[in-house]
Design a protein around this ligand. Structure first.
Ligand code: KIV
Length: 285
């Protein structure tokens, strides 16, 4: 496999300039991060979607800083060249700037993340600015922001009205101005995503935001068809059906244990002949 240089924020910006699309995928553990790294994914996001796809919550709201930290540590152990961004979870960046800084610092110092992601528009620009001043790269997140799901009232496409579109564009500019190195656009119209992408110099990373964004992100379990019990989402392309493959393999394992087909001879260890003789009376003790 060809070795590549570690991905940096400067490289990501250059990719936008060169119109070279950026691939981003979420990762929550060592083996999946390793596979994504080997596949050439540029950015691994330890997203708080962890709450839905790994921890079994209905929303991302219950996810804690310690949850993200625990999973970030596993991901950064595998990511040798991919750029790891860790989500600041619900209500961890809305108190004092000092507290925000301390929370983000834990993800960087203990988790070894290279950057953090925050949801919200111009209202979080002061937090973004404080983090960037402290040397912490920030990925912003606009459009559908799952941490505010109870306020938004459901998974709806954002930016459909002129008023919504103008606000989102203003927010994107404010976040760029505050120093964010990139912005995720989730579930916004294709037209608005294109306008934002053209209006700002930092890369836009889309999810359900059309093909004009500078990059795309998908949730690991969605793109692999891993969460076999969830409804398919329109914005997701499933590149595999790993969930049903795993279930099939587990069913076969259960069946083979019950029918004593497993373990077979090749999985079995035998005692050396001389020990058997010794135990059963052929020896001289
Ligand atoms: O938490 C997450 O996985 C995310 C992506 C969907 C962008 O924020």
């Amino acid at each position: 496999m060809e070795t590549r240089k570690p991905i940096t924020t400067a490289r990501l910006r250059k990719m936008k300039e060169e119109k070279s699309p950026i691939s981003v995928v979420t990762a929550y553990d060592y083996p999946s991060a390793m596979l994504a790294e080997q596949a050439g994914v540029e950015v691994l996001l330890v997203g708080d979607s962890l709450g839905n796809v790994v921890l079994g919550y209905d929303t991302t709201v219950p996810v804690t800083l310690d949850d993200i930290l625990h999973h970030t540590k596993a991901v950064t152990r595998a990511a040798k060249t991919s750029f790891v961004v860790a989500d600041l979870p619900f209500a961890t960046y809305h108190g004092s700037l000092d507290q925000t800084l301390r929370n983000a610092a834990r993800l960087m110092q203990e988790g070894l993340a290279k950057a953090v992601k925050l949801e919200g528009g111009a209202e979080i620009a002061p937090a973004v600015q404080a983090l960037v001043r402290a040397g912490i790269p920030v990925m912003a997140h606009l459009g559908l922001t799952p941490q505010s799901i109870h306020q938004i009232g459901g998974f709806k496409v954002q930016g459909k009205t002129n008023e919504q579109a103008k606000k989102l564009l203003d927010d994107a500019r404010a976040l760029e101005e505050a120093g964010a190195f990139s912005v995720v656009l989730e579930l916004v119209t294709d037209e608005l995503a294109r306008e934002v992408t053209d209006a700002i110099s930092i890369p836009t990373i889309g999810i359900g935001a059309g093909a004009s964004c500078d990059g795309q992100v998908l949730v690991f379990h969605d793109l692999l068809g891993f969460a076999a019990d969830t409804q398919p989402k329109r914005m997701v392309k499933e590149y595999a059906a790993v969930g049903s493959m795993i279930r099939g393999a587990l069913q076969q394992y259960v069946q083979e244990v019950k029918s004593r087909q497993f373990p077979a001879e090749q999985h079995t260890f035998h005692r050396p002949e001389d020990v058997a003789v010794h135990l059963y009376g052929g020896g001289n003790s």
